[in-house]
Design a protein around this ligand. Structure first.
Ligand code: SAM
Length: 289
């Protein structure tokens, strides 16, 4: 929900009882449209640059998106021995796709985004996130990721990155056992899936439910990775890596060729992101994860 106060953008998390605000810049409320799938708003902010909001929820800002896009791509790709075919479900702002295409092992990166308007608005307001869209290895499809994954040939994908909105509306079906079974089938023997799994502080039950569904679908292990993300509720976010075989170590040299282009990810940050604090381990355990 968006609270309209002159001069500020505020997202209220009614369920969690929290809010997040950014003072608007000279451009103010730059754009608003209702697509067949969702409402998309773009704001110009004083201190975070442009801000994309979908159905009232913050999605991506100029200033802090690197935290999310780097941590939703480089850890999972480094855990795979040789990721050649990568599929991004959602990710319409194209920031995750850009990070995936930095990896020289990647031969094919398919982005399946249900709402073409997200990408068109990203091209206009976040051009820096779209700079890899013309890479010959990139395929931008505008389709429902649920249907696409259900039809993907078995064993055809090395890494799946689910960079979706929250589990409501068109994204709801991306958080259940049936979708994870489609992912498991589409993945090769070393296959890995990462999905944004909300806040490790305020959404632990949702994270646990995801982990239970992923294991129920047949994934051997599910591993959370934790990282900051100021514009999302609580400012602390997570991805969850589901692996067909037990998740082993990672290629510490996977990003050596482009380390200077990264702002957050390093092998040490990767190691730290895998450390689960005791409260979270206990709460996930108590929730049956
Ligand atoms: N980083 C953001 C986050 O963690 O909330 C997500 C960024 S991206 C804008 C989320 C995208 O998921 C949206 O563009 C939305 O259209 C897309 N999406 C939602 N449900 C989808 C589905 N079933 N298939 C494909 N894309 C979907």
């Amino acid at each position: 929900m968006v609270a309209r106060d002159s001069g500020w953008f505020t997202e209220l998390d009614e369920r969690g009882g929290t809010g997040f605000s950014l003072r608007l810049g000279s451009g103010g409320h730059v754009h608003s449209e209702q697509t067949p799938f969702q409402r998309i708003d773009i704001y110009d902010t004083d201190s975070f640059g442009k801000l994309m909001v979908i159905d009232g929820c913050t999605m991506v800002s100029t200033r802090d998106n690197f935290l999310y896009h780097e941590m939703m791509s480089h850890p999972v790709l480094a855990h795979h021995p040789e990721p050649k075919t990568v599929v991004v479900i959602g990710g319409g702002d194209c920031g995750t796709l850009r990070e995936v295409l930095r990896h020289p092992t990647v031969e094919r990166a398919v982005q399946v985004e249900i709402d073409q308007r997200v990408t068109r608005l990203a091209e206009e307001h976040f051009p820096e996130l779209c700079e890899a869209n013309n890479d010959p290895r990139a395929e931008l499809l505008f389709d429902d990721g649920i249907a696409w994954m259900a039809n993907a040939p078995a064993g055809s994908v090395d890494v799946i990155i689910v960079d979706s909105t929250d589990p409501v509306g068109p994204a709801e079906g991306l958080f259940n056992k049936g979708f994870y079974q489609s992912c498991l089938r589409a993945l090769g023997d070393d296959g890995l899936l990462i999905q944004q799994s909300e806040s490790p502080l305020t959404h632990v039950q949702l994270m646990a439910d995801m982990h239970i569904a992923m294991r129920g679908a047949g994934f051997a292990t599910v591993t959370p990775i934790l990282f900051p993300q100021p514009i999302y509720p609580s400012g602390w976010w997570s991805g969850s890596i589901a692996s067909k075989a037990a998740l082993g170590g990672f290629r510490a040299d996977a990003t050596n060729g482009f380390a200077d282009a990264l702002q957050y990810y390093t092998p040490d940050m990767h190691r730290g992101a895998l450390v689960v604090p005791p409260y979270l381990r206990r709460q996930l355990g108590q929730a049956g994860a």
